[in-house]
Design a protein around this ligand. Structure first.
Ligand SMILES: [Zn+2]
Length: 458
């Protein structure tokens, strides 16, 4: 039931109703409120129900000389809302997905990266490449001469512009047309071949304007948790999301409803962090995950379901995992075992091998030289029972891969200055040429964007 606001409630007073308002009010019940009486509450609930039934979902309650209109529809301020259900928050479902992008979050449109490839320069210095042409230049000139009227900073590098300023640049203002207006003009004159060429040059996969890339239909964003929409939550890294839910202070009523689901959410998020995935966001596209990441996500799902008496076979779950997170992965695997499951892991990682209850060592060599069980038993026995095994020799330090004494001297180098892409923050690096160079770092630290830039530069 949704109470209408006071102003509207006043209007509903019978004495204020216009004369042509031929609605008839029927009195259903008269009651004195007794807060501590269950029976009294039940009676009021029954009466309200009866009123809803007889008046097609509407009911007026007169209390302290004031009439308040209620209805059992899900509406406020004249807008009717969708009754929230789990499908509404699922972009993989035809009911919950955004109508414009069908739940992909991207559509074919004007690609920001193509229009403004260098985000470190300002609009004045020519950041907007589509306005560099002889004719299109007029758009830039109009903007530059009028920018002060809307306080648009023409000398600020594009990447430092506020959301509001970017909006002005793209959408335009009353004094000049923005980038969108420019492309709209091109689209209106498609008969000109140069316009078609220009449009094709700047077209690409862009964030869906309807859902802003959240992939959910608009109605889902009307539902908020502590003033944040589900779409926004999907965009926060898991470790920050964990803090958000930890600091969440629901009212007693909300707590009663949400306690089970909150428990589940907190559990899943903490397991995601335990397996070293705290840097991921929930709306990360699954085909951009590495094999190790996918396996570890599946692990969190099975741990959440509390299945017992199941067998899990994992192939190198530590792939892509930073060594500091291996111990936490082992903890998760042991939890799975302690729930009464069988966990079989194929692994090279010493930290995982060490923690096995039972170890099977395959060998003795690789390929045609392998295929035999060299050792099978508790981990500690491998050192005495399979001394010849390569696994034993490397683990007890009798064999090792030495660090080369001499490194090849790099004669040339390539320098990337002020690189900014995804999470790279304006960095400058020198990469030696004619040498084998390794770039390392924890998952999500920016290795991939760096390789994208260097490929581009070559
Ligand atoms: Zn969309």
């Amino acid at each position: 039931m949704v109470p209408i606001d006071d102003v509207l409630a006043d209007k509903m007073l019978i004495k204020n109703l216009p004369l042509d308002f031929h609605e008839i009010l029927v009195l259903v019940d008269r009651v004195i409120v007794q807060h501590d009486s269950e029976e009294n509450k039940q009676r009021m609930a029954d009466s309200v129900n009866l009123a809803f039934q007889e008046a097609e979902g509407e009911c007026i309650i007169l209390a302290n000389e004031k009439q308040i209109l209620f209805n059992n529809r899900f509406e406020l301020d004249g807008i009717e809302f969708l009754e929230p259900n789990p499908q509404l928050f699922n972009y993989n479902n035809s009911y919950g997905c955004c109508r414009t992008c069908e739940g992909y979050g991207k559509i074919m449109g004007i690609d920001e990266d193509r229009v403004i490839p260098d985000k470190s320069i300002s609009v004045f210095d020519g950041a907007v490449t589509c306005w560099r042409g002889e004719k299109s230049n007029e758009f830039l000139i109009t903007l530059l001469t009028n920018a002060h009227k809307v306080d648009f900073p023409v000398h600020t590098p594009y990447k430092e512009l506020s959301k509001k300023d970017k909006n002005i640049l793209w959408k335009g203002s009353e004094h000049f047309q923005g980038i969108d207006g420019f492309f709209k003009m091109l689209e209106e004159q498609l008969y000109k071949i140069q316009n078609r060429v220009l449009l094709a040059r700047y077209r690409g996969r862009t964030n869906c304007p309807e859902c802003e890339g959240t992939r959910l239909r608009k109605e889902a964003s009307y539902v908020k948790i502590a003033d944040v929409t589900v779409g926004q939550l999907l965009d926060i890294p898991i470790d920050e999301l964990f803090v958000f839910f930890k600091n969440l202070q629901p009212t007693d009523h909300d707590k009663q409803i949400a306690s089970r689901i909150l428990l589940e959410i907190n559990n899943r998020l903490s397991v995601m962090m335990d397996v070293g995935l705290g840097y991921l966001t929930l709306n990360r596209i699954s085909n951009t995950l590495s094999g190790g990441e996918t396996q570890r996500i599946n692990l969190t799902r099975t741990l959440g379901s509390n299945l017992t008496n199941s067998m899990y076979i994992l192939d190198e779950p530590s792939v892509g995992l930073h060594p500091r997170d291996t111990a936490r992965l082992v903890k998760v695997l042991k939890n799975l075992r302690d729930l009464g499951n069988t966990v079989i892991v194929v692994e090279h990682e010493e930290e995982v091998i060490k923690n096995a209850d039972y170890l099977v060592d395959m060998g003795p060599g690789a390929g045609i030289h392998g295929g035999e069980v060299v050792f099978a038993g508790p981990y500690k026995d491998i050192f005495t029972m399979a001394e010849g095994s390569l696994t034993t020799k490397y683990m007890n330090g009798r064999m090792a891969i030495p660090v080369p004494e001499f490194r090849r001297k790099a004669t040339n180098r390539i320098e990337l200055s002020n690189a900014s892409l995804h999470n790279l923050k304006d960095i400058t690096v020198i990469i030696p040429l004619n040498a084998f160079t390794v770039i390392s770092g924890v998952s999500g630290s920016g290795k991939l964007p760096l390789s994208e830039i260097s490929c581009f530069q070559h």
